[in-house]
Design a protein around this ligand. Structure first.
Ligand SMILES: *[C@@H]1O[C@H](CO)[C@@H](O)[C@H](O)[C@H]1NC(C)=O
Ligand SMILES: *[C@@H]1O[C@H](CO)[C@@H](O)[C@H](O)[C@H]1NC(C)=O
Ligand SMILES: [Cu+2]
Length: 242
C-alpha cells in the first residue's frame, strides 16, 4: 500500500506536459506548428466546464496567436497527430518526450464544422468524435503507451462521408495519473485547422464543449493504480462512423 501511495504521489508532482504540434496527412508532414492552435503554456486543462477545454488557450487570440494556415485534407485521408513535451519538438535526451510515461490515459479526436477554420471563436461548436483509443486490459496498454512507442504519433482517418468544408480537429490526451478525485485528470488538447474536400453529406450527431464531459464520468475520475484497471470507459460520445 505504501508503494502505491508513493507511486501516486510521484506521478502527481511530475509536471511533464505535452502539446499536439504537428499534423501529417497521408504520411506527409504539414509543418511543425503549422495550422495548429498551439498554446504558449503547455500545462493541462483540469476543469471540464471551462471554455479552455475546447481548444486549450487557443480560444484567446491574445494568449495564443492563431495560425493563418488551413491544412487541406481529402475526406477519408489518414491524419497523424504528433505530440511533444515542449514546442521545440522531438528530443531524444528528454525522458518526458513526447510525454512523461506516468501520464497514462486515452487519446481521442473530434471534429467540428466551422465557417472558417481560422475564426477565433470556438464556443458553441458542434463536435463529433472520430477516433478513440483507451486501455487494453489484455496487454495492460494505454493509448498513451502506444503514443510514446510511436514517438508521439497517433494516426486515424477523417471520415469519408462528412460534408466538405472547414473543420477544427481537436485531438486530446487525458492523463489519469492524478485522477482519483476531481479535478485531477489532466486534459491536453489542441485544435488543428483543416479544410476537408470530397466527402459526402452525412450529418453526425454532435456534442458540445464544454458539456461533453462531467467530473463524475467513470473515465475521468478513477484510480488507475489500485485496483488494477480492467475496464476503462472512454469519456464522451461514441465514435462516428460512415
Ligand atoms: C477565413 O478567414 C481569414 C482570416 O480572417 C481570411 O483571410 C480568409 O479569406 C477567410 N476565408 C474564407 C473562405 O472566407
Ligand atoms: C468498470 O465497470 C464497473 C462495473 O460496470 C463500473 O462501475 C466502473 O465505473 C467501470 N470503470 C470505468 C473506468 O469505466
Ligand atoms: Cu504533465
Amino acid at each position: 500500500m505504501l508503494q502505491l501511495q508513493t507511486l501516486a504521489l510521484f506521478a502527481s508532482v511530475a509536471s511533464a506536459h505535452t502539446i499536439f504540434q504537428e499534423l501529417w496527412v497521408n504520411g506527409v508532414s504539414q509543418g511543425h506548428l503549422n495550422g495548429i492552435r498551439v498554446p504558449d503554456y503547455d500545462g493541462p486543462i483540469t476543469d471540464v466546464s471551462s471554455n479552455d477545454i475546447i481548444c486549450n488557450g487557443g480560444i484567446n487570440p491574445y494568449h495564443t496567436p492563431i495560425s493563418s494556415t488551413i491544412i487541406p485534407v481529402t475526406a477519408g485521408a489518414q491524419v497523424t497527430s504528433e505530440w511533444h513535451h515542449t514546442l521545440s519538438g522531438a528530443s531524444a535526451s528528454d525522458s518526458a518526450d513526447p510525454i512523461d510515461p506516468s501520464h497514462k490515459g486515452p487519446v481521442i479526436a473530434y471534429l467540428a464544422k466551422v465557417n472558417n477554420a481560422t475564426q477565433s471563436t470556438v464556443t458553441g461548436l458542434s463536435w463529433f468524435k472520430i477516433y478513440e483509443d483507451g486501455f487494453d486490459a489484455s496487454t495492460n496498454t494505454w493509448a498513451v503507451d502506444k503514443l510514446i512507442a510511436n514517438k508521439g504519433k497517433v494516426s486515424f482517418n477523417i471520415p469519408s462521408c462528412i460534408a466538405a468544408g472547414d473543420y477544427l480537429l481537436r485531438v486530446e490526451i487525458i492523463a489519469l495519473h492524478g485522477a482519483s478525485s476531481y479535478p485531477g485528470a489532466q486534459f491536453y488538447m489542441e485544435c488543428a485547422q483543416i479544410h476537408v474536400s470530397g466527402g459526402g453529406s452525412k450529418s453526425p450527431s454532435t456534442v458540445s464543449f464544454p458539456g461533453a464531459y462531467k467530473g463524475s464520468d467513470p473515465g475521468i475520475t478513477l484510480s488507475i493504480y489500485y485496483p488494477a484497471v480492467t475496464n476503462y470507459t472512454i469519456p464522451g460520445p461514441s465514435v462516428f462512423t460512415c
